[in-house]
Design a protein around this ligand. Sequence first.
Ligand code: NAG
Ligand code: NAG
Ligand code: NAG
Ligand code: NAG
Ligand code: NAG
Length: 303
Amino acid sequence: MRRELFVILSLICGISVSGCISNTAPANTSSTPKVEVHAHRGGAALRPENSLAAFTNAVADVGVDSIELDIHPTTDSVLIVNHDDTVNPSLCLNPDGSQIAHPPVISHSPSTKIQKYDCGTLVGLPKDTSLPTLNKVIETVEALAPINGKPAQYDIHVKGNPKSITATQYATLILDVVQAYGIHDRVHIMNSSWTFLQAVRALDSTISIYYLTSQIQPGDLDSAVEVNATAVAPLGDTLDATTVQTFHAQGIQVIAWTINASYRWKSLMDIGVDGIITDNPVGLDELINGNLTDQLTIGPAGD
Ligand SMILES: *[C@@H]1O[C@H](CO)[C@@H](O)[C@H](O)[C@H]1NC(C)=O
Ligand SMILES: *[C@@H]1O[C@H](CO)[C@@H](O)[C@H](O)[C@H]1NC(C)=O
Ligand SMILES: *[C@@H]1O[C@H](CO)[C@@H](O)[C@H](O)[C@H]1NC(C)=O
Ligand SMILES: *[C@@H]1O[C@H](CO)[C@@H](O)[C@H](O)[C@H]1NC(C)=O
Ligand SMILES: *[C@@H]1O[C@H](CO)[C@@H](O)[C@H](O)[C@H]1NC(C)=O
């Protein structure tokens, strides 16, 4: 273990590093198992969040295992990639270049309206940059050569509040896009509603499902088994070794979100998580490869 990491962990944990990380199993630091790197919003600390530039950087330059992105359906059934269900006035401008006073709700608007906004100028991308569609993200990513030889996975975080379509219709829209691009086996459908995830499972018996939550609750294990979830994705700060082992015992992975600080990456790896969603996939990559040179302590956790 790196000396400065040990110092930081010792400060936090009092005396013993392994005692802090896990009461049930000693930390396996000699040969830490491979943890997957998932780029949160494409790696929001490196490029403008949820942009084609971010996804391209994550896949072709960093070589992440998976890109995480958020989708919202427009009234004409186009899937728009954006964090919020409104066009963010701090990231986008009106088509005429003025500031957005009344941000439109994406899932209550037609795609033609949403795609007119200038979501480039304020974030350092070309002025004609519109919010990308899921289709465009997939086309862009699939055209790239992955640097680690493995094609990228997609964590599709399903969001939005569509008024005129049911959960089943929404899930169908998403699964149709995924099928059309032949990426079914590399997609994880991520959402916090068991009802929505059950609707997904009823339509597709094998697509990977990630259950997103702030903290695992009693009953989540049963629900995850019932829906045949690939993974649960709790907030990293709420995880402990026992929780990870409980899901592993059922063959369910644990993917932690959204952790940017290197001492937290290390402790999550030590309790055996399978993947970490981070804004800084370069730093996490370096930690995994044993050549991280600085302690990274950026930012709090967020969704
Ligand atoms: C530590 O983890 C590595 C990689 O998964 C494994 O091969 C090794 O057996 C583990 N060692 C112990 C003591 O658990
Ligand atoms: C889950 O999906 C629904 C749409 O079916 C959405 O309204 C909700 O915000 C999603 N949950 C999260 C945490 O994104
Ligand atoms: C659960 O999902 C996995 C992965 O998609 C699949 O291989 C397996 O057949 C599914 N199990 C059941 C009981 O459907
Ligand atoms: C870190 O290690 C990896 C794997 O050994 C290597 O590919 C990469 O170039 C290294 N990065 C730096 C900055 O040395
Ligand atoms: C760390 O992640 C959270 C969640 O996105 C974010 O709010 C925060 O700004 C990040 N820290 C950075 C990029 O410095």
